[in-house]
Ligand binder design. Sequence first.
Ligand code: TYD
Length: 132
Amino acid sequence: MPKLINLPKIADPRGNLSFFEENNQIPFAIKRTYWIYDVPGGETRGGHAFKQQKEFIVALSGSFEVVVNNGNKEEVFLLNRSYTGLYIPNKIWRQMRNFSTNSLALIVTDTDYSEEDYIRNFDDFTKFINLK
Ligand code: TYD
């Protein structure tokens, strides 16, 4: 299941610093980075699962919730710290919601972008995980 990962925080009166490295703080090698920003109030993102792709999500600014579902159980994670991220393995349905004004979601993944890796229908998702 998805899990929160606390990242190093180098506290400094000049401003704090956090970081993560592939196969160290996060359990995969990074292939791609994207970010979600300028989300209008009330909008949601996600609403799909990945067959293979793993992700790590950090709220670099502001806050939002990530709702995850493994087909049996739903969990809601609030991301609102620059030093805590959410690891989401493959085969997990997810939706992002309740974005605060000016929030910024940073996402790193272990794959190139591939539409074939998406499962965009929840019924197809439950069929997929029950087949595998
Ligand atoms: P999508 O992953 O569906 O967005 P969400 O974060 O809400 O799940 O991606 C939206 C569109 O952006 C989709 O048409 C494909 C494109 N896209 C890329 O071209 N490259 C990428 O790395 C990502 C994440 C999306």
